[in-house]
Design a protein around this ligand. Structure first.
Ligand code: ADP
Length: 156
């Protein structure tokens, strides 16, 4: 059985506003994560209320949703072995001020809210979130030619 996993990443409006979209996508590519889907979207209050439902009781719920609508986002479907954990490790903890140097949030932001990317936090969430942001035909089952240099043969 394949150990490959897919996960959702959103490049937040702050990332597009700051002209960092290409740089951040490149970090995921350089890590070895495979881009299986990528698109630009303008998010709506309805979609964000679903996506951030776990924050609905928080005082910052409204402003987090508003911030996510100030510009489009870029949605990515990334694949790799243990991709959910690999992407979260690269992303770093939520508060950019406390995120370790070397992580995306640690290197690129100083904010709790304007923290560059969203990344799914479990395989179950990833499946739900990918279905929320991508149609099945927007995810491409391809394998890069360098795949066998990304993993040992028993790792995937
Ligand atoms: P993560 O994005 O790290 O999985 P959460 O799911 O807890 O974190 O929160 C979703 C988003 O809401 C965060 O990425 C951040 O933009 C915002 N957020 C979370 N907690 C706070 C907070 N205490 N203050 C401001 N914004 C917050």
């Amino acid at each position: 059985m394949s150990k490959l996993q897919k996960t959702l990443v959103l490049l937040k409006p702050c990332t597009l506003q700051r002209g960092l979209a290409g740089e951040i996508i490149s970090l995921f590519e350089k890590k070895g994560l495979i881009i299986k889907g990528m698109k630009m979207m303008q998010l709506t209050d309805e979609l964000l209320s679903e996506h951030y439902a776990h924050l609905s009781e928080k005082p910052f719920f409204g402003r987090v949703k508003a911030a996510m609508m100030t510009a489009p986002v870029v949605a990515l479907c990334l694949e790799g072995v243990d991709a959910v954990d690999a992407v979260r490790a690269l992303t770093g903890p939520t508060n950019g001020r406390l995120a370790p140097a070397g992580t995306i949030r640690g290197n690129y932001c100083v904010s709790f809210q304007e923290n560059i990317v969203h990344a799914s936090d479990s395989p179950e969430t990833a499946a739900i979130e990918l279905a929320r942001f991508f149609k099945p035909e927007e995810i491409f089952e391809w394998r890069p030619a360098i795949f066998n240099w990304l993993y040992a043969c028993d790792e995937f």
